[in-house]
Design a protein around this ligand. Structure first.
Ligand code: 13P
Length: 250
């Protein structure tokens, strides 16, 4: 069976609760393409309100991060069961901005993946190389160590619909997207690694999204690649017309 495409909007640290509810409502009302899955990731603050606005619509909700403990004295953190209870079904893990600004590592990404699965959330695990790593031809090594670290100890049966997002760091927020061929090549590598580490079935079923300066104008080129199962969109997801433009490009 063909993998269903997924277009996810990562709103990062943008929009008030009211603005988030408004944007979510616009996405749901104006969405025409029902052949793809659509998901939005508001701030933790807006998660519950957005989920409640989107209840009964096909648009799903993700958190942008989670802590690996369920409850407890962890000031400032939010755990999986709280996120699930707020109405989210997915959670982004290991985004390069978390790695860059908040010291996250493969190990903490792994703890978060396990916590997400235990809470019944689908993890969207982000991996991707920096520019210097690509220039030194280290892309595959970086992807492999990020995947191996975050999925250490996992079995094929417990992956809970895991989604991988390939987000080359040099393409995030820079306007420099990977070419469709570069994206497809990295995705093919990730898929072959999944087959080697788990099995062919996992490799075939796992959706691999591309993220990094996806816009309506470049979406079709990227999304028609055989290994690209969707997009994780940052900046362009903050504008309903751009986000829907990407969705309609499929
Ligand atoms: P941009 O689309 O703004 O480059 O961001 C991509 C991203 O980081 C999505 O998670």
């Amino acid at each position: 069976m063909a993998r269903r495409k997924l277009i996810a909007g990562n709103w990062k640290m943008h929009k008030t609760v009211a603005e988030s509810v408004g944007l979510a409502g616009q996405v749901a009302t104006e969405l025409k393409n029902r052949q793809v899955d659509v998901l939005v990731a508001p701030t933790a603050l807006a998660l519950a309100a957005v989920a409640s606005r989107l209840a009964g619509t096909p648009v799903m909700v993700a958190a942008q991060n989670l802590f690996w403990e369920d409850h407890g004295a962890y000031t400032g953190e939010v755990g999986g069961p709280l996120i699930r209870a707020a109405g989210a079904s997915h959670v982004i893990i290991g985004h390069s901005e978390r790695r860059q600004f908040f010291g996250e590592s493969e190990k903490t990404a792994g703890l978060r993946v396990a916590a997400a699965l235990a809470a019944g959330l689908v993890p969207i695990l982000c991996v991707g190389e920096a520019l210097a790593e690509r220039e030194k031809d280290q892309t595959e090594g970086v992807l492999e160590s990020q995947l191996a670290g975050a999925l250490a100890g996992m079995g094929a049966a417990g992956l809970g619909g895991l989604i991988v997002a390939y987000e080359p760091v040099w393409a995030i927020g820079t306007g420099l997207n990977a070419s469709p061929e570069q994206a497809n090549q990295a995705h093919a590598f990730i898929r072959s690694w999944l087959a080697y580490r788990f099995d062919k079935k996992v490799a075939k079923a796992t959706r691999i999204l591309y993220g990094g300066s996806v816009k309506p104008a470049n979406a079709a080129g990227l999304l028609t690649q055989s290994e690209v199962d969707g997009a994780l969109v940052g900046g362009a997801s903050l504008n309903v017309h751009d986000f829907l433009g990407i969705i309609e490009a499929i």
